[in-house]
Write a protein that binds this ligand. Sequence first.
Ligand code: BGC
Length: 711
Amino acid sequence: MRGRVIALGAALCSIFACTVAPASHATARCPWMSTAMSPDARTQLLVSAMTVQDKLALVTGVDVASPQWAPLAGHAVGYVPGNPRLCIPPLTLNDGGAGVSDAQVGTTAFPAPIAQAATWDTLRARTLGDALGQEAWGKGIDVLLAPDVNIARVPENGRNFEAFGEDPFLSGQIAAAEIQGIQHNPVIATVKHYAVNSQETNRWYLSSNLDDRTLREIYVPPFEAAIDQGHVGAVMCGYGLIDNVFSCEDRNTLTSILRGQLGFDGFVVSDWRATHSVGRAAAAGLDMEMPTGVHFGTPLAQAVAAGRVSSRTLDRMVSGILRSMFTVGVFDHPPPLYENVGQTNVSTNADQILARHVEEEGAVLLKNAGPILPLHPVAGSTIAVIGQPAGALDLAPYLSGGGSAYVAATNAVSPLQGLTARAATVGAKVAYADGSDPSAAAALAAQASVAIVFAYDHETEGEDRPNLELPDDQDTLIADVVRANPNTIVVLETGGPVLMPWLGSVPAVLETWYPGQQAGVAIAALLFGDVNPSGRLPQTFPASGDQGPITTQAQWPGANDAQDAAFSEGLFVGYRWYDHVKATPLFPFGFGLSYTKFAYSRLRMHPMADGSVVATFTLANVGTRAGVEVSQVYVDDPPAAGEPPKQLFGFRRVFLKPGQTANVKILLGWRAFAQWNPNQQNWVVTPGLYRILVGGSSRSLPLRSFYRPPR
Ligand code: BGC
């Protein structure tokens, strides 16, 4: 169906999108189209010209599944029609942390966000954001519902793959960079799910019960970075409740913290069907209900008419939406009409190369005894490739996680294809067994010089994993194969931590997460040593199912039939807990091997006038290959601060050739030395001596120094 095209003054609109005439033509009729004015001034001018009806039309969406909007169904998850009279373009919303989601064709399936975080590469994250924004815009989408920055509190969380791991600082830095990239285009990024959303079990009605300090130090900081550094245009409030108040009607998080303390001036959009009231939600700080106006449709209109929702509140809602639209350029550069671009291929060569680079940087080499890797197969030898993910081209849970963040892979290169092509360059062959018959797989492995087993977990929105074991008897498959051939490498395609009962007998393990459509090319390059692994874990891998801070039912899935989750571990999330109780995980936060080795020396601290401090140190590549080290800086507060033993506050990727040395500088902002004081409702620097720890993982920190912040 083609959209009806109506020419109305400045804007040429179909039912799907408007092409706004150049600003100069538009200004007479719609003076806010002048780009000479600030976004604020343009917003004020436009709001003053709007009727109540115009305003109400902006704060909720239409049903994209209804016949009237048919072409949008499956291609956008939310749609706010434009207002041609006022030159307001429509808003078209879609998911997209790993690529533009839904039934889109011709977009790139990038590696999952957990892999993006494992790169610890903010420059790459910015480039990735730019590509996501460009592809979204090319597909007619101007609000991208990404990134997800929920902290990995529960490793079984079904959406673990969708976010950036367990550390607030790393999550915030990756998110801010990605948002800058997305909004480098006329596309609004949406940081989600505010403020706490750590499990899928009973996600609609679970109350996350936590204290103010934990909220501000662990769960809010990534949103804060998204606002401060990323200037994000939209925040999505989550499902469930925070201390028994629905997230999307929680005045504390949506107004006191978000606007009052963090200075957010964009708009808050509800998660899909997460709005539960009219007046309460609007007054608390919700600006837009999605996907449709169950509450912000007719009921809001009635509440405004009756004075139960003030015109001031309605203006706040509308202003936040318009301000973000003006700021990122949606008014001045609206995306093309969806009907014209639905089938268009926006996945450029550059984007596919980027997908490969992200995977090459994000894959984490967890074990390499021997070293068995990189592979050097001799001509005529056979490599046995085993497991369902190796042959997969387009399926969750192999290349992408499931749910709203699922991305269909177009032109995917499976690991089997990538390895077969790479092996051929040295005259080696690849033989494949999908692993459904473990004895056939073991027999194949026994004949080969080396076996590579691909294993997966099932992560999807809507349900948590029952435990951290590999599903579908894959542990048995791996054990059978390694018994048949001790030269066995396990490649994990998982969205988060898994248990590895076979680890003692398997010489090498590579965690590739959900690797996206360039899986085969990237994995072959890593295993053959064309690329030196440099990814680092953004999340601790526990040694057993009951290790870690979350051990009681009251914590997860929650008491009273998963209605109340007690965040009783407080600040001790992830590695903060392992350090606190001195537990040894399977693999620690920040860990990842390389084919080369690095040495650290000469740590010095250089205090700056604003309370921040620069750590400088020398890093040397003392191995025989070029490679990247991810240097990490942790801060150990004085005991009086009451903080976990150490916390990440700086990191940098450094590329070095063999024998090369670099002087590395890493800035620690003043917040690295501050704690949230709930009584003062402010950040306070506890006086004392702060230990500074530097190294290549949270459990390998050879350099130590001290810093005493000024009073
Ligand atoms: C998810 C959001 C997503 C929305 C729209 C919800 O189920 O929780 O993350 O943006 O759907 O697809």
